[in-house]
Ligand binder design. Structure first.
Ligand SMILES: NC(=O)c1ccc[n+]([C@@H]2O[C@H](COP(=O)([O-])OP(=O)(O)OC[C@H]3O[C@@H](n4cnc5c(N)ncnc54)[C@H](O)[C@@H]3O)[C@@H](O)[C@H]2O)c1
Length: 316
């Protein structure tokens, strides 16, 4: 099995910059690539700021950020990024034509033994990506922000080899991540499907005037949300008693709402330019705090919670 040391990350946006950080923190040599130099400079600044947060919380030695940053080289040339890579992940826009072209280029440029991964959330890349190494093509689906969230869904294509899956699983585990392997492509994989089901219900409650955004957040955080980190969804059913679960499933008084593909509450907010933290308000008003400040506050809480769950043995 290959021990991965050289990594290339294509796309330095929301996901790409943080992915580069994960690999560099794990000791890898990383090439981070995007279309413009300005995007790469911004990505490096964001990584530096993420690392500073870890130092501030005593989770990283103060002398480590420059060492980690030195492991990340940036380029706008995909040829430079890919030519020595053993593991490549593309985190470019979610667009079939762009991803198809990216994989063809990577296949041409990268060493034949390199594994090529996509971070796609919903695209069945196995249907349209064409390479001479289908046994080394797979999906690794990370969660934002990848340097803080442990789960990586590894999705097998029809021709992906067992060896590629094993190499990637071992690599992700070495990086402190929690890989789970999904046997075949399904849009949304596991975690986004579960989140998607909750989103449909939340917007049904909002649109029909049953609950405010605050009610929904209190209800989810102060009830099942508290149990999920300890039990997950399925072990919780064991605790509830499977006969009780069966009765609940049989109870047709509850029927999930139809997924309508839109939400009038959401549409109204968007019309007013309220897009969430990036515009200073969305369902909530953030009272003049910048997106960076809000993200940093969120990250600090996420890190503290993750460390606590690690202490409890619930996370790697
Ligand atoms: N944002 C999330 O929460 C999230 C979570 C899991 C998976 N994903 C997936 O990850 C991928 C990236 O998402 P994102 O949110 O980081 O997007 P983003 O828009 O923040 O970043 C994409 C970056 O890719 C760059 N890019 C576009 N075409 C390129 C090319 N040909 N070569 C190099 N760079 C190119 C863009 O300039 C941009 O900087 C998508 O497939 C998305 O579905 C996103």
């Amino acid at each position: 099995m290959t021990k991965v040391q050289n990594v290339a990350v294509l796309g330095a946006g929301t996901m790409g910059h943080s992915l580069a950080q994960v690999f560099a923190q794990g000791g890898c040599n990383v090439w981070l690539s995007d279309l413009q130099e300005g995007i790469l400079q911004k990505a490096k600044k964001m990584i530096a700021s993420n690392l500073k947060t870890l130092v501030d919380l005593d989770l990283l030695e103060a002398n480590q950020p420059p060492v980690i940053l030195d492991r990340i080289q940036t380029t706008t040339k995909i040829e430079t990024a890919g030519k020595e890579a053993q593991f490549v992940i593309e985190a470019i826009i979610e667009d079939i034509a762009a991803k198809k072209e990216m994989f063809s280029a990577l296949d041409r440029i990268c060493p034949p033994e390199a594994i090529l991964a996509s971070n796609t959330s919903f695209l069945d890349i196995f249907k349209f990506v064409e390479t001479k190494r289908p046994d080394k093509v797979l999906i690794t689906h990370w969660f934002a922000p990848p340097h803080l969230v442990p789960l990586v869904e590894v999705v097998r294509g029809p021709l992906t080899s067992e060896e590629s899956i094993d190499t990637v699983k071992a690599f992700l585990t070495r990086l402190g991540k929690k890989p789970i392997v999904i046997a075949k492509f399904l849009p949304g994989f596991i975690a986004n499907r579960l989140q998607g089901a909750l989103r449909v219900e939340a917007h049904f409650l909002l649109d029909n005037g049953y609950a405010t955004p605050e009610d929904i957040d209190v209800a989810s955080k102060a009830s099942f949300g508290l149990r999920i980190p300890i039990l997950g969804l399925m072990k919780r059913e064991d605790y509830a008693g499977l006969d009780t679960v069966q009765r609940n499933l049989n109870n047709r008084m509850y029927n999930p709402p139809e997924a309508r593909g839109s939400s009038k509450t959401l549409d109204r907010l968007i019309e007013k330019g309220k897009l969430g933290v990036k515009t200073g308000s969305g369902f909530y008003d953030y009272h003049g705090k910048t997106a960076e400040e809000l993200m940093r506050e969120r990250d600090i809480k996420l890190i503290k919670l993750r460390e606590f769950l690690r202490e409890l043995g619930e996370l790697p």
